[in-house]
Design a protein around this ligand. Structure first.
Ligand code: 86X
Length: 521
């Protein structure tokens, strides 16, 4: 995805234009929509990367910044982050996980404690080397993740079995100085996340938590963002190398034909306990090592949601994460009762807000109703509530859905009930539409030739696999190219039947599991 405006990374103002009258697909740029000055320059199905950059900027989620890979998250996107927080945070508190905050900085010495796993990541670590003009005595790193920051204190705090489990989470920013293709939300050099780090006396407790957290991640995607995900286990090659096993929720972006890891929940086993000497005295007064997990979801969630639901008019927000679920717009005519219309708008807002809905009115008198329609469509607000003279006379409002454009007149009498029903329906139909589209991209294959054909068709491929690391490496090597190699996305927990004698699509050995493969973010 291009960062816009060349070296300063700034976005250009939209100079987009509406559809050509002949409706023929057009590539490249269009002119400004004369009437409104709004609209997108690029179409989702024609130039996805540019479309995405334009949507996140024009919807006022993102502002580009003068450091490549860093973005300003404006209220329109942070409000989504907060809503996800307000779901997830109480859920983990019910699991007796506590919030904490550890420092942003980590010393070289401590970072090196994890050096086996850091090795591959080392180029991404950002360092502070000066204060003012003076070199620091020792450079300090900015956290790329907090294992090395936290675990020395787990070692200190955990003495006996009564100190377990120790379950901490933090909401924070992390920095990974990536060099490949920065993209707002999806791959940024600084991002927000929650990182949970837990320690248990037994592997069984750890195993159980891994799946409990993964289920919360599924709910974040499916129940809030209306994005279908697949739960599964990562291959040995794709798992977090410092851990025992990695589970994830995987989403798919049909336009690019790429899988995207939505969130991860790792069982770390006892690897970090060894490294950081996180020991305890068990009930039999023997020295034992803790079992650990770590898990995270990040602001990437928002990017996946934009990519899955957005359309040629801009963002489409799932109602449960929308900071504005309905926008009320007055539609006065010259000789109409303008006062009456405006006060009906205000009372509609009050009524719906009092019922716990998130509703605002756009009463600005320097924009036309048509301009406002385009503006709030660009921002993805789920419902538009129009109130004009006829609505006023009939004690009704006109409700227009952002997801499918459908219109209906609703009597003011049972407005709360109806709007709630419609919003639930919007969520369901956005999810079903996204799931149908995703499912149409899934291809079940058996042979190498079918695999290559499906890959070229941007599919998410479900293939019988021998589950051998060398074979995955070989598939990567054989599919290498400028589009990126194919790799495993996950081995889904939900396994189709694997008939006895089924062979691996890549090695011809006995297949052990059905596994999802594809290109990925
Ligand atoms: C792996 C593992 C783990 C806690 C999670 O996935 C959930 C939350 N952490 C993160 N990982 C790194 O360890 C890492 C380390 C360095 Cl030094 C780095 F620069 C980048 C990294 N990226 C990922």
């Amino acid at each position: 995805m291009a960062s816009k405006g060349g070296s300063n990374g700034k976005s250009k103002p939209a100079d987009g234009k509406s559809k050509p009258a002949d409706g023929k697909p057009k590539t490249g740029k269009k002119e400004v929509k004369k009437e409104t000055g709004l609209g997108l320059t690029y179409k989702k199905d024609e130039n996805f990367g540019e479309w995405y950059s334009e949507v996140v900027v024009n919807s006022e989620m993102i502002e580009y910044y003068d450091i490549s890979g860093c973005y300003i998250l404006r209220p329109w996107s942070i409000s989504i982050w907060e809503i996800l927080h307000d779901f997830f945070d109480p859920e983990i508190k019910k699991m007796n996980i506590k919030n904490a905050y550890f420092p942003l900085f980590v010393s070289d010495a401590v970072l090196q404690k994890e050096k086996d796993h850091i090795e591959g990541f080392a180029p991404e670590v950002a360092w502070v080397t000066k204060s003012g003009k003076t070199d620091l005595e020792v450079p300090i790193a900015v956290r790329p993740t907090s294992e090395t920051v936290m675990y020395p204190y787990y070692s200190k705090w955990i003495r006996g079995h009564r100190d377990l489990p120790l379950k901490l989470n933090q909401w924070c920013n992390v920095v990974r100085w990536e060099f490949s293709n920065p993209t707002p939300f999806i791959r940024s050099r600084e991002f927000l996340w929650q990182e949970g780090h837990t320690a248990f006396a037994t592997k069984e407790e750890a195993d159980q938590e891994v799946l409990e957290i993964l289920e919360l991640y599924r709910r974040v995607y499916e129940e809030y963002l209306a994005v279908p995900v697949i739960k599964g286990k990562k291959s040995e090659l794709e798992k977090f190398a410092g851990g025992l096993y990695t589970t994830s929720v995987e989403a798919f972006i049909p336009n690019t034909g790429r899988g995207i890891q939505g969130a991860t929940s790792h069982c770390l086993g006892q690897n970090f306990a060894k490294m950081f000497q996180i020991n305890f005295e068990n009930e039999n007064r023997e020295k034992a090592m803790v079992w650990q997990n770590s898990w995270a979801y990040s602001t990437r969630t928002i990017g996946v949601m934009v990519m899955v639901h957005g359309d040629d008019k801009g963002l489409v927000l799932p109602p449960r994460v929308a900071s504005v679920q309905a926008i009320v717009i007055p539609v006065p005519y010259k000789d109409a009762d303008t006062q009456g219309i405006f006060s009906a708008c205000s009372s509609t807002v009050s009524l719906l807000n009092a019922a716990g809905l998130r509703v605002e009115a756009d009463l600005r008198d320097n924009y036309s109703p048509g301009w406002k329609y385009s503006h709030w469509e660009m921002k993805g607000v789920s419902l538009r509530i129009e109130i004009g003279p006829k609505d006023l006379a009939n004690k009704q409002v006109r409700v227009v859905r952002r997801d499918n454009g459908s219109k209906q007149d609703i009597p003011v009498d049972n407005l709360i009930e109806e709007i709630k029903k419609i919003l639930d329906n919007v969520h369901e139909s956005m999810f079903e539409k996204a799931k149908k589209k995703r499912d149409e991209c899934i291809q079940k294959i058996n042979t190498w030739d079918e695999f290559i054909a499906a890959l070229n068709e941007k599919k998410m491929i479900l293939a019988p696999w021998c589950d051998e690391e060398e074979v995955e490496k070989d598939v990567k090597a054989r599919t290498k190219g400028d589009m990126g190699a194919a790799k495993t996305l996950c081995t889904p927990f939900d396994q189709p039947e694997l008939p006895e004698g089924t062979l691996c699509f890549a090695s011809g050995k006995t297949a052990k599991k059905w596994t999802y493969w594809g290109r990925s973010y």
